[in-house]
Structures are given as C-alpha cells and as structure tokens.
Design a protein around this ligand. Sequence first.
Ligand code: SAM
Length: 353
Amino acid sequence: IVLRREGTVEFYAPDPRAYGSIYSAPVFYNPAMEKNRTLSVLFLKAYGATGLTVCEPLSGTGVRGIRYAVETGAVGRLILNDISREAVELIKKNLEVNGVDAEVYNEDANVLLHRLRDKCDVVDIDPFGSPAPFLQAGFRALREEGVICVTATDTAVLVGRYPKKCLRRYGAVMFKTPFYIEAGLRNLTGYVARVAASEDYGFEPLFAYWEGHYFRLCARAVRGARDADSNFNFIGYVEYKKPSRKVVRRPGERSLGPLWVGPMGDPILVNKMAEYGPYGDFLQLLSEEYSVAAPWFFKVPEFALGGVSRGIEEALNALKKGGIYAVRTHMAPDGFKTEVSAGEVERVLRIVI
Ligand code: SAM
C-alpha cells in the first residue's frame, strides 16, 4: 500500500510494482483511469447542482467518490460500497485521510442499489468490464430526476469483435466498420437508453467519450412514461455500404444496431467543463463533435486515390474549401465528422487536390 495523489486528494492504493498486474492487487486501483475520474469530477462540477446524493456502488479504493466530495462542491451525501472487504477497509481509511464523511457498505452493488430505491441524484457505475448487470438497479436507485454515469471496459464486445457476446449482452448486431469505435459508444448508449426506457426514464446523454481501453457515458434521466417513449426517437440502425453510411429505422442486412443515433453530449456543459482546467483541448474537441448530428465519422484513407491518402489537415482544408463543415474526432487521428454524405466528401476530396 502506497500513498498516491490524484486531483487534490491523497489516498492509499496498492503499489502496482508490488503486484504483477493491477488485477492481482487485493484492492483494485487503475492509474490509467485518472483521466476518467478527473473528467467525471469536471462533469459533476459543471452539472451545477449542489447537495447531491451520490452513490458509487463499485468503489474500489474510494478515490472516485472521495474526489467527487472534495473537488466538486456538489455532494451532500456520499454512499460508497464494494463487495470486497479489503476494499471497504481501504475506503474507510481513505475517507479518514481526506476528512470526508460517507456511508460505506460491503454489499453486492445490486442489493445496495435496490435498497436505495428513489434516493440518489447520481449513480456512478464503474465495474470490471460491462456495466450491463448493474443498470436496472442503477435506474431504480435514482430519484424522479438524476444522473447515471457508466464506464464500460468491455470495448471489444461493444464494438462487435465478439458478435455473439455483443448480441447476448447488448442485444445489438455489430460488425467492423471504419467508425467502429463510435458505433461501440453508441451501442453502449443505446443499450443504457433502452434500460432507462424499461424503467420509465427519459434519457439524455450529457457527456460521452472513448479513451483506448474504455467508454464513458454520463446521462440525465427523468422519470415519466412519455419521456421514456421519446428515447426511441433516437434509437436506430446505421446501414454501412462502403463507403456510405445511412441511418435507417428498421434493421437490414447491412446495418449495425440498435444504436443511439441522437446527440452524444451537451456542448454547453462540456465547454463549461473545459473552463475548469485540465483536458481543455480534449473537451473542446468533444463539444465540436457533439454539434455534428451524423452518428459516425469518416476516415481520410477511405477516400484515398490510387492508394495515396492525404493527411487529416490537408483533407480538412480541402473540405473547408469545398464548403463542407467537418470537425476532427477524438476517436481517430485520421477521422472527421461531417453531416454530408460519403459521395459528397469523395467528390470534394477528389477535386481539390
Ligand atoms: N471506481 C473505482 C475507481 O474509480 O478507482 C474502481 C472500481 S473497480 C473497476 C470495480 C470494483 O467493483 C472492484 O473493487 C470490485 O471489488 C467491485 N465489485 C465487483 N463486483 C461487485 C459487486 N457485485 N458488488 C459490489 N462491488 C463489486
């Protein structure tokens, strides 16, 4: 156990050098999730509410919840939990180190969430792998209106690298496309939106992104059958016929989905997050992406001529010159998002060499 620092908190976590892998440590702590935690802190701060009841039912060392309490000024009641006894001991120690008050439980996350029915403003589900087993209970723990945040590290499943498992876990048909990362994020979002609907919650993504080994989604949920019905206005399928993409209402031979085909985040909220400090450029990019409605991106090499592809800068300049609005995407260094068709992109990139 070593003392570590993240944001403005200090906390104890297993020394990664003492164990072969983070998965062999007695309590789980992944330093590679620092960006996830920091962005989540910024999100809660920008969300703008105070006195919130925040539940993190899969707490590990407790660092995430403790950072929420110390760094956001948004938390009124903090509820931490882990199924591991060692984790709970460490959470208590870390709360003490930071002078933070919280209720700490040692239960199965689903049992706790059901006991907290109607009590939470924010539920943050940060599991190993898929959040699917905890979603229904997560919504049940929310009040009339709340925020649900989920991390999914089963990215390979979500993007469709294991099609059968993807169908089993998420009820979606996925195959590889140039924009498979966005498709994976929208697969996760569509799934959460459908669980929200089944629990009579309307659903609105506020902040969603991908980083290498995980997807992250924070969404507002409002109880009401009518709102819940509206979720399906944004559930659709994406038909991919190289290189064209199209949103279709019904599944077909060449379509992915069901996917969330609506907005992935709130550009205003994300701009506000950017004002608070780190990851400003990343957040700026996300807010630009959220303003493009097309639920996919293109990759410059898709429009290579005679096997020669240009760089992203050159392609963006050419598109701009051709009068086409396009922005980069955080999901691929050679990717861009635009609302025009593949055919139009092709025409412009072919002419303006
Ligand atoms: N949220 C933490 C953070 O940001 O550092 C990391 C959480 S870690 C990915 C997942 C945690 O969930 C582990 O500590 C594990 O012991 C716990 N866990 C796994 N299954 C659980 C269950 N059914 N109920 C409660 N906790 C569980």
